[in-house]
Structures are given as C-alpha cells and as structure tokens.
Design a protein around this ligand. Structure first.
Ligand code: 5GP
Ligand code: MG
Length: 471
C-alpha cells in the first residue's frame, strides 16, 4: 500500500514530532493512522481508522510518552483492509520487542505466510502483509543474533535474509526495544524514505526517518538525504548511527507515480524538489503538444488542481500561452479516487471541481492533468469545459497512458477499469470526448528520473510499461 511512515529517536517529545509529521503526510493515507512510542523498554500503541487528527486527541498523545517512536498513515484501498485492527504499527514480542510501520506491497504474501506458519511456527493474526514482514524480520533477527544482543552485523544479515524471502516493495521503519530505531529499503528502493537530524539548544541530537522530507521540515529537522535501495539505517539509544548496504551494487528505482502525483510538491527526493521535477515534466509535455501541432490552436492552458498545477504552468510558459486556474477545487471534499462506483465518482468530481465559466467562454482550452487513470476525471472536466462555452477542448496528461495495474501500492486494481488498457490514444480521446489528446512520452519521463541522481537506475514504471521488476 501507498502509505506514510515515520520514525524518531532521541527527542524529548517524540509523539508531538510524530503527530506533526503525520499531519503533513496525511495525503499519503487517509484511511487509518497509528503511532507507537517507547518508554523505559515499554511500548505504547494507539491506532485506529480515520484521519490523523481524529485518531490522536490530546488524551492519546499524552499516553504516547517516550523519546522514540514510529508512526503510520494508511492509504485507502477499496478491498478488505478497512479494519482498524489492520492499522499499523504492528507489534511482536519475540525474540525482541518490535514495532513496525511499512510502506509498500508484497508480491508473494501467500508464500511468505505459508513459510512463517509452517516453518517458523509464528502466529499471524491478520491478513495484512505488513504483519508478515514484521514476523519475517523478527524471525531473521533471532536467527542472526542467536540470543545475543543485536549488533549492526546481525541486523544486516537479518535484513538480507528477509530480502531473500520477501518480494515486493517495502520501505520500513521499526523500533526495537533496548536497541534502537531501524529503517531499511527493499533492494529496489521503490517507495521513498528519507533521513534527517536535529540538534536542540542543549546540543542533544535526534534522528528522524520519514516517507517525505516535509515531515522533517515541519519539525525543524535537517534533511540528510534518501535511504537508498538495499540500505539500512540503524540508530541506537546513544545516538550512534550506522548506515550500510545489506545489498551492495544496487541502484534505486523510485516509483514514477510519486513524482507524477503522489508526493507533495514541497518534498525533496534525491536532492530535487518534487515541484521542480513536475515543472520539467511540463516542459517535456509542451514539446509533445508542439509536435502534435496543437500549440497554435490553444488560447489558454488550464490545470486540473492541485497535482497538475506545476507542470501546467511550465508547459504554458514553454509554449508562451496564458495560464488560468479556471477550475476551483473544494479542499474539504475528501477522497474521490477510491470511492467505489462510477456514478459516485462522477458526481464527486462535479462537487470537487467547479469551473469559472468566463475563463472558458469562446476559448480554445488545453486542460492539463497529471494522469489519466480511469478517465472519469477527464471525461467530466472536458464536459464541464464545454458546458462553460469552450470552443475547443484539448487534453494533455503529464504522464503516459496508465495501461497496467500497479502491484506496489497504488490503487489501480483491474485492467478493465483503466481507460488506456485496451485503447489507443485516438480511442481514448473519443472516449473522453476531447478535440485532441496528448500524453507524456514514457522514455522522456524515465530519462528525467534516471538523471536526477547517480543513485537512481531508473524509475519503477510498471503501470505504464507492464515491467514488474520485483516478481
Ligand atoms: P481518473 O479519473 O482518470 O481515474 O483519475 C485521474 C485523476 O486522479 C487525476 O486527476 C489524478 O490527479 C488523480 N489520481 C491519480 N492517482 C491517484 C491516487 O492514487 N489517489 C487519488 N486520490 N487520486 C489520484
Ligand atoms: Mg488530480
């Protein structure tokens, strides 16, 4: 699942830091939230369905005392995960006291479950793949340390053993009683995870791990950089920090959708602000619009807020066209994407986006969205633009056609629901009733991400190219 994770160690008010961090990671998951803190070797755990602000009231925050902790917010999925008992963090007590928060998706959960139950004699209480991951880690830590105090070497061996059993995407934050805070990435580094540090007035150091750097910003932590593919970060309670590769010679393959849609524009990934990456996507898309010969037929560029605004603005500047925020988004409407049922989704787009009619009247408009998934949004907004009097309505997507389901955490469940699955671009254009449709080019986009950093091999792009790297 696409989620938000956080961890902090060595801070006088861990739960406050985690709460403020979760609030700015709320976009990563609105379904459930949880937090575990550690105080004198004892965990306090609070988790429930709902938004961060509803799960943690003053009473919960004061219960969550201690100087270290982890936290999680869960992405809403349409399936069976809607239970509060499957909210994270998860806890196990053997052979170490462990709590874990996980962002990602396992692709071989049945095999992992079978092995855990039948070979390792561990009890699994839920259908969550994160509980599986935690139990594999607990088992492998036990095997590596053989009853001794854990060392960074033991941890490295355990995570390596885990990575040989568990396939998929996992960016993990874990608190180990009497030992410290552990964070690691799968060997492809698909989901984001960053590390930060802060020093208080008395000179005390604390560390924080988070899905996105905005969680560090709001807490005054300085960003140290990304936790990379195959990397472990372990910080003990004396604030000694160990960073090492359990898997060497691997490069990261960050999820393309983080850059297109999911991450906040003010987050920093591999040294680049997401808004800047989106601006560059807009410049690339402008080239495609030019190539299609549409630029001379457009009066105005209109973004679909919020995620398309940065790319639409730079596209309009590239083409020398005016930019108008002509759809106004209601910020209080909540999640339209996951809501099941087509008519429900359609109706909620209407109440989420309202057109400023005079921006459309008599004009030839280019609507820019970050992505077209089911096509529901595009179809609705093309119609709204027409009803507002637009003479021509063109559509551009800052990402390529979404043709395959994503198995690493984005909710794109079935082939049939994807508008681009069995259609070419002309068919899609007809289907959304636009006068022209331009998509981003996949190799342009992959090059953009590959060139962000020498630590990146390429982007994980399976929902666009059907190449699933971890199975
Ligand atoms: P469609 O209506 O084509 O299914 O979805 C496209 C719209 O959904 C775009 O405006 C895009 O910003 C948004 N979108 C893409 N991925 C996600 C997601 O994972 N969650 C939510 N809430 N919206 C998404
Ligand atoms: Mg959108």
């Amino acid at each position: 699942m696409m989620c938000g994770v956080l961890g902090v160690i060595g801070h006088s008010s861990a739960s406050r830091v985690l709460y403020d961090g979760l609030i700015v990671l709320q976009h990563r998951g609105q379904d459930a939230a949880g937090m575990a803190t550690l105080e004198s070797g004892c965990f306090h755990l609070v988790k429930n369905s709902g938004l961060v602000r509803d799960v943690f009231l003053d009473e919960e925050i004061s219960l969550l005392s201690g100087e270290s902790g982890i936290a999680h917010c869960r992405y809403p999925t349409s399936g069976s995960h809607d239970l509060a008992s499957e909210a994270q963090p998860f806890y196990v007590n053997f052979p170490y006291g462990l709590v874990m928060a996980h962002n990602g998706n396992l692709v071989n959960p049945d095999e992992v479950r079978h092995d855990l139950v039948n070979r390792n004699f561990r009890h699994i209480n839920t259908s969550s793949d994160s509980e599986l991951l935690l139990n594999v880690l607990a088992h492998e830590l036990g095997c590596a340390a053989q009853g001794r105090a854990l060392t960074p070497d033991h941890i490295s061996n355990a995570v390596l053993a885990l990575s040989n059993r568990v396939k998929g995407a996992y960016s993990v934050v874990c608190l180990i009683a009497h030992h410290g805070l552990l964070a690691f990435q799968d060997r492809y580094g698909i989901r984001p995870l960053v590390l930060g540090r802060s020093k208080d007035n008395a000179g005390n150091i604390s560390y924080m791990v988070a899905s996105e750097s905005v969680a560090l910003d709001v807490n005054g932590f300085e960003l140290m950089g990304d936790i990379k593919a195959g990397e472990i970060v372990f910080i003990d309670f004396s604030m000694n920090i160990y960073r090492f590769q359990y898997e060497k010679n691997v490069l990261s393959r960050p999820c393309l959708f983080e850059y297109i849609y999911f991450s906040r524009p003010d987050s920093i990934s591999y040294g680049h602000t997401i808004s800047d990456i989106r601006r560059r996507m807009g410049i690339l898309l402008a080239e495609r619009v030019r190539e299609a010969g549409l630029h001379s037929r457009i009066d105005v560029v209109v973004p679909i807020p919020d995620s398309a605004c940065h790319s639409a603005l730079s596209l309009s500047l590239s083409l020398g066209l005016p930019y108008r925020e002509a759809f106004v988004k209601n910020r209080y409407i909540g999640r339209t994407f996951i809501m099941s049922g087509h008519s429900f989704r359609k109706k909620s787009i209407r109440s989420k986006l309202n057109p400023i009619v005079q921006e459309f009247r008599g004009k030839s408009v280019l609507l820019v969205d970050d992505s077209i998934v089911r096509g529901t949004t595009s179809r609705e907004i093309v119609q709204m633009a027409r009803h507002s009097g637009a003479s021509n309505v063109f559509m551009a997507a800052a990402s390529p056609p979404v043709r395959y389901p994503n198995c690493y955490g984005i909710d794109m469940p079935t082939y049939n629901e994807l508008i681009a699955h069995s259609r070419d671009e002309d068919d899609i254009c007809k289907e959304i009733d636009a006068d022209g449709l331009v998509y981003q080019d996949l190799s342009d986009l992959k090059n953009l991400i590959a060139n962000l950093s020498p630590d990146i091999y390429s982007a994980e792009a399976s929902c666009f190219d059907g190449v699933y790297i971890v199975d």
